[in-house]
Design a protein around this ligand. Structure first.
Ligand SMILES: [Zn+2]
Length: 234
């Protein structure tokens, strides 16, 4: 079975205050008519209102409140040139500042897209706690509370994978990828705001707990030890 990776963006790769990000304002929760579970509906154009630019400004990933995987056009073009699959996307429109609607937008905003890979997989680990909905495809996995430590990461059911380079999990914000996709991204120098973790390492890092004597720096190094920023470490 090939190795799979979790695409890590947002606060995992770099402090979100360092680079541009904002509020995704028109992504709605839609209730499944069959099972009643809520799922995010990504509209044809996603609107983002800027919160901050950070000192690095617009980088290859755009932080957003909707946990959407938003990437800059040049990175998507690199993936496309190298023939990666699963690159379904929707454009992002940066419409205004979130709390200062009259403030002029920065002069040159790069084009961004939300990656919305069509292929969805199932997981073998954590285990399912009930049947998968035949309509929306969402299953409830036995994940601990949001952001908490997983003892042995996740395991994607390889029989549910169609061979795409990028793919997701219905009902969850995760995006997964093939080894080749991770390799091309890191070899292209995109490793400051995007990182990868092996599926079996995903969220194996401990929760920050001041009572354990963690300093902020030591904790950062602990988390970093699970993150891959160099193609040679895949
Ligand atoms: Zn459903």
């Amino acid at each position: 079975m090939p190795e799979f990776y979790v695409v890590g963006v947002m606060s995992l790769a770099a402090d979100i205050r360092l680079y541009a990000g904002g509020q995704a304002t028109n992504v709605d929760l839609v209730e499944c008519e069959h099972c009643g579970r809520n799922n995010w509906h990504v509209p044809d154009t996603v609107e983002v209102q800027l919160d901050h630019l950070g000192k690095r400004g617009f980088v290859e990933s755009l932080w957003n409140s909707g946990l959407l995987r938003i990437f800059r056009e040049d990175l998507l073009e690199l993936w496309e040139r190298r023939g990666l699959s699963g690159l379904e996307r929707k454009p992002v429109k940066i419409a205004s500042w979130s709390r200062k609607p009259n403030k002029p937008l920065p002069p040159s905003i790069p084009k961004y897209y939300v990656l919305t890979p069509h292929n969805r997989v199932r997981l073998n680990r954590p285990i399912l706690t009930g049947p998968i909905c035949p309509v929306c495809g969402i299953g409830d996995y036995d994940f601990p509370r949001l952001g908490a430590h997983l003892a042995s990461g996740i395991q994607i059911d390889g029989t549910s994978w169609d061979g795409s380079d990028f793919f997701g999990l219905p009902g969850y914000a995760h995006v997964y990828c093939s080894r080749r996709a991770a390799e091309i991204t890191l070899a292209g120098g995109f490793n400051r705001h995007i990182v990868f973790t092996k599926q079996g390492d995903f969220h194996r890092w401990e929760d920050f707990d001041i009572r354990k004597g963690w300093t902020a720096k030591a904790y950062e190094q602990h988390v970093e030890s699970f993150l891959i920023r160099d193609a040679g470490n895949l």
